[in-house]
Design a binder for this molecule. Sequence first.
Ligand SMILES: Cc1ncc(C[n+]2csc(CCOP(=O)(O)OP(=O)(O)O)c2C)c(N)n1
Ligand code: SF4
Ligand SMILES: [Mg+2]
Length: 287
Amino acid sequence: MKPEIYDMPDADVAWCPGCGNFGILKALKMALADLEIEPENLVLVSGIGQAGKLPHYLKGNVYNGLHGRSLSPATGIKAVHPQLTVVDVSGDGCMYGEGGNHFLHTIRRNVNLTNLVHNNMVYGLTKGQASPTSLRDFHTPLQVEGVFEEPFNPLSVALALGAGFVARAFSGDIERTRDIIKKAILHKGYSLVDIFQPCVTFNRVNTYRWFRDNTYYLEDHNPSDRVEAFRRAIETGPYPLGIFYQNPGKKTFEENLSIYMEDERPLHQREIKREAVRKLIQSKKKI
Ligand SMILES: Cc1ncc(C[n+]2csc(CCOP(=O)(O)OP(=O)(O)O)c2C)c(N)n1
Ligand code: SF4
Ligand SMILES: [Mg+2]
């Protein structure tokens, strides 16, 4: 399949020229095309933010909901239709800040979805406040004396919670990002891809050049070694890129649902047992 099948020529793209989000959009289309995922079998779920606009710019089903709350509808979609490919697209603020609680518990639940987080270390849409991943001493119109908090480390948190696939990519390297996204989608269970994404307008510190100078790809790394993955995840200068950890053997949320244990069909393909529903409603009326 060609990546162009996901193109939406009439989309009114509202990203700044040069934004790192363009690289992620391109890499995602290429990964989906390589995996031959038809747009009708794809669901892109997002919240609010510059990253959250991505689902509007490629062909597929879209659920664009509340800031920080994308993983709840994404989980609901997998619960009723496990065969769909669900890709959650969020920003660093959306996922690790406002959505932090959902992030933690979706990992624990091991929902079979791909969680892409565009990590530009800033709140882009709301014009440049610090986000959970902003580095110390980052100055903004609000944080005038510079950020003093410890930056949130999504990879080490995900590893601590037992995530089965943990990776980091850089949107300036479209080919490697494509490859990592492909492996994340193929992974059975929850997969996190934190993607370094330059915000060329509101983050003049963490630029394309900065990310190039401050990252390197993991080599000779055994992704089945969780302790080694954790050791690599807490490295900050430079930051490793690639697949830190993969454990394909974990039982997923969907596999734990009793409704799918004897029947794999999604709910909409099943007969509605009207008589059972009627009896249930009647029994409640008597209470
Ligand atoms: C509950 C809630 N809190 C705050 C906001 C305002 N808000 C919208 S987008 C955003 C920040 C977006 O930053 P990020 O998630 O990093 O995405 P980016 O724009 O950088 O891609 C904020 C604070 C909101 N819409 N809802
Ligand atoms: S403000 Fe930043 S994140 Fe948003 S579109 Fe512009 S460059 Fe991209
Ligand atoms: Mg951001």
